[in-house]
Design a protein around this ligand. Structure first.
Ligand SMILES: [Zn+2]
Length: 198
């Protein structure tokens, strides 16, 4: 069991109103697993709206959440089943951070959708709370690094290969897949030309 101060810190870092972290585990190659429990002993019946604390059974499982400091994060959550004191029927509680039958938090889904829709530096900058200038610097640094690597799988791209590529797609490609592109390293000047057009 974690100390109260550690529990409190992890719960604050997690920043989900309705749950608290009770322990954690770090698994190599997987990430951080945060074990959570509901803050409230009660849940609202989905049929009649009555608040019940008549716990019927626990249903614990893992869902994926936003990463912390570059590490994948999974939450072990408990979607409890209650038996309603009023209408007498069993119900599965609603959790405000994960939809039923989904294995990821709503905030992770939102983040991913935003990034998929982002097709210019400005949007990506806003989503990640960094400036467009910082992103340009990141890209410049990455380009330098890659040039220095002189990896055999990186060779210059023919200008033609970009002719039909939408600038937004190109940008995403470079922003998220720079290091795994297995055939191309674009010259910075050429790349910059595309950034200027966004
Ligand atoms: Zn009910």
């Amino acid at each position: 069991m974690l100390s109260t101060s550690k529990t409190k810190l992890l719960t604050e870092l997690l920043n989900l109103e309705s749950v608290q972290v009770i322990k954690y585990k770090k698994l190599p190659q997987v990430g951080l697993i945060l074990y959570t429990e509901a803050q409230s002993k009660k849940a609202t019946c989905i049929r009649c709206g009555n608040k019940s604390q008549n716990l019927h059974q626990n249903h614990r499982y893992l869902i994926k959440d936003l990463p912390i400091s570059g590490q994948s994060v999974y939450l072990r959550i408990n979607r409890r089943q209650f038996k309603c004191d009023n209408c007498g029927k069993p119900f599965s509680e609603e959790l405000n951070f994960v939809k039923k039958r989904r294995k990821y938090t709503s905030r992770l889904a939102m983040e991913i959708v935003k990034q998929v829709l982002a097709d210019d530096i400005k949007t990506v900058a806003q989503n990640n709370d960094v400036s467009a200038e910082e992103i340009e610097t990141m890209l410049k640094d990455k380009t330098k690094e890659l040039k220095q690597e002189k990896s055999s799988r990186l060779k210059k791209l023919r200008n033609n290969d970009f002719g039909n590529c939408r600038p937004g797609v190109l940008f995403r490609l470079f922003n998220y897949s720079f290091s795994i592109l297995n055939h191309d390293l674009l010259e910075w000047e050429h790349f910059h030309y595309y950034i200027d057009r966004f």
